[in-house]
Design a protein. Structure first.
Length: 318
């Protein structure tokens, strides 16, 4: 186990460095810079001396290699930089946005996992039957309809029936008012949970059908165990490894893949922070936010791998 953890942590470190380099370079490829974002069209009227002074102030006069290692060294010491637009520290901005995205990801995963496993077991219990067809139709629709379409439909319905507009009210933290916070998180969580449920349903159905054909299931039935116990304890219990895999991957994806939904529902999460940072050429905001998201994704994948050994003793981590 220790050797496995050392290998995974080493690989994770290499992955994070690669992400840092890639994001750093991609931001420099985009047209414009922090000066353009700060002054807008007025940046065109700056004198060469003024522009040179600003480049020196923002560190843009240094070679890219120097800029990268200067930023990376600051991050390793806990200094994520300062937002040029707001004047706040990037660490503070991430500290406010990260709990929003984590809560949204957790709620979406819970909705998607419960719904997906339930529909998957229902479909697999009657292969090629009506319930199976209904379950697979749900899976195809959930995977085929984009999130922004589902989000737009939900908002249109809520606005027409109840006069509810997500962008009209400011976001309320969970600790301030849990009820209002859950109301604000529920609809985006449903939007993201549908796609997760569809993927989980398809995986559950395949794993359940495969496990149901194994010898140990016939043995359990031969011992006189009830059909309910065989289904939920023996069949589903031995189908958990691929289910945990898909749910873990989807949860990691949700930590950084909620940009569109957060923007539509006006949630001040990490996705919206990154989108705003890109539009305003906030190098420090985007680089640090993406690095934090990547680190969380790596941690989630590691935890999923470690869960394998707990779920299935036959799995060996090497």
């Amino acid at each position: 186990m220790r050797l496995y953890l050392v290998r995974r942590l080493t690989g994770s470190l290499v992955t994070l460095i690669g992400v840092a380099v890639l994001v750093f370079l991609l931001l420099r490829v985009l047209p414009g810079d922090e000066i353009t974002a700060r002054f807008g069209i007025e940046s065109g009227s700056l004198t060469p001396a003024q522009r040179e002074s600003l480049e020196r102030y923002y560190g843009l006069d240094q070679p890219l290699v120097v800029q990268f290692f200067t930023w990376l060294g600051s991050v390793l010491t806990g200094n994520f930089g300062i937002s040029v637009t707001s004047g706040s520290s990037v660490a503070r901005l991430i500290g406010r946005a990260l709990p929003v995205t984590i809560e949204l990801a957790v709620l979406s995963t819970l909705i998607g996992a419960v719904l997906g496993v339930s529909v998957g077991v229902m479909a697999a219990s009657n292969p090629n039957g009506f319930r199976d067809g209904a379950g697979q139709t749900f899976g195809l629709l959930g995977l085929g309809i984009p999130n922004f379409v589902i989000a737009s439909a939900i908002i249109a319905f809520l606005a027409q029936r109840f006069g509810y507009f997500p962008a009209a009210a400011s976001y309320v933290d969970f600790w301030e008012d849990p009820l209002i916070n859950l109301q604000q998180q529920l609809y985006p969580a449903l939007t993201l949970g549908v796609a997760l449920a569809a993927a989980t349903m398809r995986t559950t159905r395949s794993a359940f059908i495969e496990a149901a054909s194994q010898d140990f299931v016939r043995t359990a039935r031969g011992k006189g165990l009830s059909a309910r116990r065989v289904k939920w304890r023996h069949v589903l219990g031995n189908s958990l490894t691929p289910i945990v895999t898909i749910v873990g991957i989807q949860f990691g994806y949700l930590l950084g893949g909620t940009i569109i939904v957060e923007e539509i529902f006006a949630l001040p999460g990490m996705g919206r922070l990154v989108l705003t940072g890109i539009s305003q050429r906030e190098y420090a905001v985007v680089q640090s936010s993406v690095l934090v998201i990547a680190a969380l994704f790596v941690v989630v994948n590691l935890l999923v791998d470690l869960a394998y050994a707990r779920i299935d003793p036959r799995v060996r981590l090497t």
